[in-house]
Design a binder for this molecule. Structure first.
Ligand code: SF4
Length: 150
């Protein structure tokens, strides 16, 4: 038994549907350029407390509007990344806004700021009919701040 399968995107049933409509499949949102880590290789890791960077971030309303536009264009999947998206105090609201637009949502996080509440919400969402799929991608270093020091 294998837990991993692979195949070509054109082999999936959704491909013809999307191709015929020339629809956007997915979109990525970098909801902050700030991060609690400072990995040597990173191109988007302004300090967590950088006020100017924070002021430049999209608001929840702007993100929701972008999600609506993307969903109207046919997008079914959104990726939230940063920087570290969990630095945003309104992260749960951002996540919920995308889910309410009917999107599958993945999160790129270094996992350092994951709380028991995040995990509890993820379990509830995963088991809910509202959210058929959700996911989080963690770095291979497990988000250890000293893994890639500057
Ligand atoms: S944890 Fe990720 S976003 Fe943060 S500095 Fe490292 S690579 Fe960049």
């Amino acid at each position: 038994m294998s837990y991993v399968d692979s195949g070509s995107l054109p082999d999936l049933g959704i491909w013809d549907k999307l191709k015929a409509r020339r629809a956007a499949i997915s979109f990525d949102l970098e909801v902050t350029a700030r991060c609690n880590n400072a990995c040597r290789h990173c191109y988007i890791a302004l300090p967590a407390g950088d006020r100017e960077a924070q002021e430049r971030e999209l608001s929840l309303a702007e993100i929701d509007d972008l999600a609506l536009q993307a969903a109207d264009l046919g997008a079914v999947w959104a990726l939230l990344s940063g920087g570290e998206p969990l630095l945003r105090p309104d992260f749960p609201d951002i996540y919920l806004a995308l889910k309410r637009r009917g999107l599958l949502v993945s999160v790129f996080t270094n996992a350092c700021l994951v709380t028991a509440e995040h995990v509890g919400n993820a379990v509830v969402f995963f088991a809910s009919d509202l959210t058929p799929t959700t996911g989080a991608s963690l770095p291979v270093d497990g988000g250890i701040p000293s893994a890639f020091p500057r």
